[in-house]
Design a protein around this ligand. Structure first.
Ligand code: ATP
Ligand code: MG
Length: 473
């Protein structure tokens, strides 16, 4: 789940819990409050009556005094004497009969539905229940039961209404919280997304790029600064590693050249015994391989350290033909047929020497991994965005599971091949770097035991002229 969704859910959840607690408090307050007010009012009325009863000596006097109390019309009051005889009651008491209960109250009873039209004028609008309290009073030696009630709204219906209102309110709060928290989370995470995008852009070729750090010392800026420090360290160790390879291969170059010279001199001597000459020949072969490896390492590290790429115009056909010419002896030795097909006058700009080196590496492979009496085709084609130079051979090919790795440095398909052909696995890496320096790409296709085609694609901007008529040799 995305962090943005998680944060939205957390904020919404927390907000919803707070709303629930708040609603619960409001709910209980609103349920309790009306009852407390009515009960207080009834208690207050009863207190008045008790006070009067203490001052009266007869029931009649008591009733007359009670009648003088203000606003009794809207109360349901019944004074009951010995044997349950009703001594006096308010108009509402007369119109609505409420059966007696054992407990003194306060308790709630439903008003009969429908109540008489006269009675309905006496109760409040929406009143459908009655809150009742019963109390005994002593007048001289006689005991009186006073029942007093006040009409009020049906609280059950009110509670249902309140719950409904709260549920709607909570649903609205949930929708609002989910929406706003999603927006807020988006705002908070925007710099993180930006950082993520920039961090993804930084790879071994763009190690000098850095994430912009804002002025405020907040956590995100601190994170950006820490990431930048990490990139500093990475860049430093990458560069140190590249510099080490460059320096090491440079230091090896002269001793290897010297050893080759000594071996060559030894081979020219006629006085050496046969077994010793054989050893010397093997040594000379190995020194040749070592010298190639040192050169390849030097070339690769020069390319990785950002060597300068010259931009000069040259005819592709001339370059390809001259390379084929250089391989003439090797081709005839192995019976390989070579052909070049290039649009007439195809002229490109680039570093001729480096592109030559890339094509020579491809030709090396096309000859090395070809079969006897096979074929090598060098072709150039033009397209709308790219123009391509490809080298095709009818050799052993590359298994599909290996083809994705051949551009990695020191990668060789099947270790037995390296023993047989003696490569170090740097040729295609160098090709890839050279083409990348020219803004292009390399691709490789192959059918095992059938053919292999390596294609260099250069952006059309590097094309100066092409008549479009292919010329072939
Ligand atoms: P180096 O080029 O450094 O002398 P190499 O030829 O082994 O050594 P690459 O040119 O990088 O290294 O090629 C990598 C691997 O890809 C090779 O080991 C080889 O197995 C395979 N490969 C490359 N080109 C071809 C090809 N045309 N046909 C078949 N296999 C190939
Ligand atoms: Mg090679």
């Amino acid at each position: 789940m995305k962090i943005r969704t998680k944060i939205s859910l957390w904020i919404t959840g927390a907000g919803l819990c707070a709303s629930l607690v708040f609603s619960a408090v409001i709910f209980f307050e609103m349920v309790e409050e009306p009852l407390e007010i009515v009960d207080e009012d009834l208690a207050f009325r009863l207190e008045d009556m008790v006070h009067i009863s203490n001052q009266c000596t007869t029931e009649v006097e008591f009733i007359n005094e009670i009648k003088k109390l203000p606003n009794l019309r809207r109360y349901w009051i019944r004074l009951v004497g010995d044997g349950g005889i009703v001594l006096w009651q308010t108009e509402l008491g007369r119109l609505v009969d409420i059966p007696e209960k054992d407990r003194g109250g306060p308790y709630t009873v439903k008003l009969p539905v429908p109540i008489t039209p006269t009675a309905s004028k006496l109760v409040y609008e929406d009143a459908s229940t009655l809150r009742i309290v019963t109390r005994q009073m002593q007048i001289a030696d006689r005991l009186l039961t006073v029942r007093i009630g006040k009409p009020m709204e049906d609280l059950d219906a009110e509670i249902v209404e309140l719950l409904l209102a709260l549920a709607v309110g909570l649903a609205a709060a949930f929708a609002f919280l989910a929406f706003t928290s999603y927006l807020i989370a988006g705002r908070i995470l925007k710099p993180v997304g930006e950082m993520n995008r920039l961090a993804k852009e930084i790879d071994e070729k763009t190690l000098s790029k850095r994430i912009p750090v804002g002025g405020s010392p907040d956590e995100l800026n601190q994170l950006a600064a820490s990431l930048n420090r990490m990139f500093d360290r990475l860049q430093y160790s990458f560069e140190r590693q590249r510099r080490f390879i460059a320096d090491a291969s440079h230091e090896m170059k002269s001793p290897v050249a010297l050893l080759r010279l000594i071996a060559e001199e030894g081979l020219q001597r006629k006085d050496l015994p046969e077994p010793f000459v054989e050893d010397l020949v093997r040594q000379y072969d190995l020194l040749n391989r070592l010298s190639r490896l040192v050169n390849d390492l030097l070339n690769l590290s020069a390319l990785e350290l950002g060597t300068e790429i010259r931009s000069e115009p040259f005819l592709v056909e001339d370059l390809l033909s001259s390379i084929v010419e250089d391989y003439k002896d090797l081709f005839s030795e192995r019976g390989i047929r070579a052909s070049v097909r290039v649009p007439r006058g195809l002229c490109m700009t680039g570093d001729r020497e480096k592109i030559r080196r890339a094509l020579v590496n491809l030709m090396d492979n096309a000859v090395k991994y070809n079969r006897e009496n096979g074929e090598v085709r060098l072709t150039a084609t033009t397209g709308s965005r790219f123009f391509r130079i490809s080298v095709y051979d009818t050799g052993m090919g590359i298994p599909p599971e290996e083809i994705g790795h051949v551009f990695e440095q020191f990668y060789r398909v099947e270790k037995s091949r390296s023993l047989e052909f003696g490569g170090a696995g740097l040729g295609l890496t160098i090709v890839k770097r050279i083409v990348a320096h020219h803004g292009g790409e390399v691709s490789i296709e192959s059918e095992p035991s059938q053919w292999t085609r390596v294609t260099l694609s250069f952006p059309s901007e590097r094309l100066l002229k092409a008549d479009g008529d292919p010329s072939g040799t």
